[in-house]
Design a protein around this ligand. Sequence first.
Ligand SMILES: Nc1ncnc2c1ncn2[C@@H]1O[C@H](COP(=O)(O)OP(=O)(O)OP(=O)(O)O)[C@@H](O)[C@H]1O
Ligand SMILES: [Mg+2]
Length: 297
Amino acid sequence: MLGSGTKRPEAPEKRGEMTHARASGATSTEPVTASAGKPAKTIETRGVNLFYGDFHAVEEVTMTIEPNKVTALIGSSGCGKTTFLRSLNRMHELTPGARVEGAVTLDGEDVYDSRVDPVAVRRLIGMVFQQPNPFPTMSIYDNVAAGLNLNSTKVSKAQKDSVVERSLRRAHLWDEVKDRLDKPGGSLSGGQQQRLCIARAIAVEPEVLLMDEPCSALDPVATLAVEDLIGELKNRYTIAIVTHNMQQASRASDVTAFFNLDETGKPGHLVEMGPTQEIFTNPKQKETEDYVSGRFG
Ligand SMILES: Nc1ncnc2c1ncn2[C@@H]1O[C@H](COP(=O)(O)OP(=O)(O)OP(=O)(O)O)[C@@H](O)[C@H]1O
Ligand SMILES: [Mg+2]
């Protein structure tokens, strides 16, 4: 357990799951897919406030992101969706001056506990960005294996081959690239690159996938392919996706969280959250209705 008050461990290997679960798979005889088959995990935030220096970007977000569901985060530009998403796996900490208050837990374990290794958190809670960002000169194979390579030199070639193939299959990309795995990641189309990034994110067997407008750089066909993929991935993972596309939120998500900024100068905040169909057809707040019906945003 990672809870505060427990005995301080001496070595990273002895720390809680966030510090050793994936790393152990890569450094021992344990298969690299140690988490396969495990139930997905719940992310909870309590009173999360996010700041850039003195600027208060996101105020008091308390929400539960449920396992095996797709949670869409929607809201107008600048209301803090990306900032909030990045706080869930401590990516926020990579921005100079950025600060978080409040609690984020993964199945009850404090993501921000001082004993938790942020790199391990980012493996368990993977992220896919708006612009596909494969390593452009690195081969397709090495792009997918990148997370494994970073964490260990002891993953055998056969293990790596199997993780790469499985991840590319799960990302619906295998058939398109299986005969050119040695070609650079940058040689793929935008939609293929985004699926490559998804394969790279799932190769390390995360518990959660965070996606920040993953389809905004894609054409409608590639968008639908990625949406289908997201629908399948939720069987294994907990997924949160930021989108400006209302059709996408209603098609691809089970739960929707609406964030807003208002004229009072209040920071971005969560207005309401609920089953997607309810948020789109019968929201409790007028501002949600205005947004989802396209009256603003
Ligand atoms: N690195 C940063 N430094 C300072 N302020 C920032 C930084 N990143 C974001 N902000 C500010 O924080 C607020 C929230 O930004 P954020 O990018 O989270 O919004 P968003 O909801 O994701 O918007 P969009 O829909 O346009 O992507 C904005 O006012 C933005 O200008
Ligand atoms: Mg954003």
